[in-house]
Write a protein that binds this ligand. Sequence first.
Ligand SMILES: Nc1nc2c(ncn2[C@@H]2O[C@H](COP(=O)(O)OP(=O)(O)OP(=O)(O)O)[C@@H](O)[C@H]2O)c(=O)[nH]1
Length: 203
Amino acid sequence: MAVLGQGQPALLVKVVMAGESCVGKTSIVRSYTEPGAPACSSSYLATIGIDFKVKPITLNDTRVKLQIWDTAGQERFHTLSTSYFRGAQGFVLVYDITNMDSFQGITSWMKDIHEKAGDEVDIILLGNKCDKESERVVPKRKGEKLAWEHGIHFFETSAKDNVNIEDAFSLLTKEILEKKSCVLYDLDVVDLNESKKRTCCAF
Ligand SMILES: Nc1nc2c(ncn2[C@@H]2O[C@H](COP(=O)(O)OP(=O)(O)OP(=O)(O)O)[C@@H](O)[C@H]2O)c(=O)[nH]1
């Protein structure tokens, strides 16, 4: 793998959150990008439309700017949300271990991802809210089996207790870097203007 050191532009990686409404996508992003701030609140505020956060990380001496798009899971936003799938290099596909419908919806989300973003994208499956063990309805082995059938990695996570969130994003990013061409991006430039980007086939 080519290494981009200090002073060189970081690689821009686009990752999209997907999954049913209320499974914890926004809370996972918050837990990852705003350490220290409470990821979960007692009241639920649905994502309206789309939002993105940027998380700079360094993996094996390679500087990466993770651009994490948080989509709305509500059915009425489905067309808008899936329109952001195009061009993504990775997906964090989330269900809630206390909600069987959210787990059963995963196959359909998987289909949407492959239709819009192709078959080569990297996906990681997360069974979120693992802190709510007493309310669990989706056994861990079901998540593991589904992930195994699709050839993807799986974690059970808690955005509330910050369990496995960092590991999940790191693993997904590593997989993307190992096989994908990425976009070069100057760390100090905030503008995502097309002219400031160029394709890099360093990997
Ligand atoms: N106990 C617990 N609650 C969580 C966890 N993650 C999220 N929640 C709660 O679940 C509810 C929904 O979380 P969100 O992050 O808004 O869910 P979402 O998937 O972004 O929902 P949409 O925006 O509608 O797509 C909120 O009340 C969160 O506080 C978790 O790991 N554990």
